[in-house]
Design a protein around this ligand. Sequence first.
Ligand code: FRU
Length: 589
Amino acid sequence: MFLLMDSINKLTMKKIFVSALVALCGFTASYAQQASFLSNNHCLYRISQESQNQKCLLLPVQEDAEMANIKVIADNKQVKAFNVKLAKDHVDYFVPLYMDEFAGLKGLALNIHVNGDYSKEGLNALTCWKEMKFSDAFDMKNREQYRPDFHHTPAYGWMNDPNGMFYKDGVWNLYFQHNPYGSQWENMTWGHSTSTDLVHWKFQGTPIQPDAVGTIFSGSAVVDKNNTSGFGKDAVVALYTSAAENQTQSMAYSTDNGKTFTKYEGNPIITSTVPDFRDPHMFWNEDIKKWNMILAAGQHMEIYTSDNLKDWKLESSFGEKYGNHGGVWECPDLMKLKVRGTDKEKWMLICNINPGGPSGGSATQYFVGDFDGYKFTCESKPEVTKWMDYGKDHYATVSFDNAPNGRRVAIGRGGITWMSNWQYANQVPTQQYRSGNSIPRDLGLFEYKGETYCSVVPSPEMTAARSKKAGKKLTESCEMVVNLKGNATITLSNDKGEKVVMNYDAKAETFSMDRTKSGKVDFSKDFAAVTKAPTYGKISQLRIFIDKSSIEALDADGKMSMTNLVFPSKPYNKVTVKGKGKYQVYDIK
Ligand code: FRU
């Protein structure tokens, strides 16, 4: 009883104190003036000119709250709309609504509709109204426990597929499926980051945002060197899926190296009523002197040609009865690669598929064959399925356009992938951001027992990022190089008893990774897993990249790659290698 009284008193005192403080700061007045509750689900939140001069409005998010739809209106006209889970009873994190998007607009207000039943407590009882605040800064410091050091992650908010990647004038441009208003999938927008070394990335904003045609799903970008599109020499032209009731393809172009984009006035340029019709990937095909584009349509790929990037002709389709059909085909790519140790060149068609992966959920399959610019012919039997990576967290792999010349010839096309799986991507235990990309990898082809496979090696930039000296101590962000002479078991562990066990079986020609006891695994029934890969011959060196919450194990020779997320409660600080293996560790900065 006393305890209760005591806490009531404390609470009342706290309330009086807070109201006094709030009144002093003029908060009560502006709060009342800002928020008008028009029904149990509808609030009009006015933004004064003074507030509009600040950098951003911080919106409080609670991930298990109901979704709110916010329409930004200026002088009663809608200028933007998005969805956000406004805090109901506590705040998980804040997301910024930047005011410079509305520069020069007058009479700004948020027309907010919150889903759910608030007839008892009233809409004004939600925590969000008290927590929404204007600020001159948004804190993007990299301090979450699981946020990697040398992998690209969004500065804040959700990320899935890499999009529209291109290289130009010394800069690698990476766009990505982004939700700027929460760390779960929603409001698909193209976020943008750049790098000069493929290891350190800088967030550049959200240059392609949803519009009346739809939200902005995955796609690609090319550097139009000969101005075939008429948007200007060296314009960057992007093609993406506009997702609304139907999925259609739209275009945008940039004349400032991909910083800002203008949407094409003729959008959408390709329409269809097929339910899954998306992720256009374009490239210049020197063999036929035309643009090619490959698009995922349900469970097959469509191949198009164009002279000007605007008018596309459907030439053929590929995929019926070929490979794995356990899920929807998505995010295609098509590229010509050298076959290692020969003077042959072959084409590889990348097909990301969800679900249907070798360990459940999302994964990347590929087909090797011939492409004459109009039709792709797979050289393997239809029942053959080839996977690019045998981990659970390798999806939406696509390549960069316009990668530096000599380099492409020498080592194939650089690829990059999304390190997660649709089975649990929205639940992984991070908050201010969710998901990262893999390290950059160079793709090529090699032959083994009558089949041609994709080789995957860490891009040379990863070697350049190593510390000068190698040691034996595991750090949170490092590369472990293991030289193998036969069977070996590699265990990473911490003093909480959490561990990851990797096993190379030279005779069976397999490599496996067990993350069942790796740390936090119970956020999804699909997370705990042992993944297993064929090694297509012997492995003599493993390169294992560990970066706080990811482990990428690659055969240095490119015959095997395995990408898995892990969430240890404390970093792994102990290594044991049993069997025929010697290791050393490089720090990566
Ligand atoms: C693949 C995907 C794409 C789509 C995008 C939407 O992960 O489903 O097919 O364009 O994500 O965010």
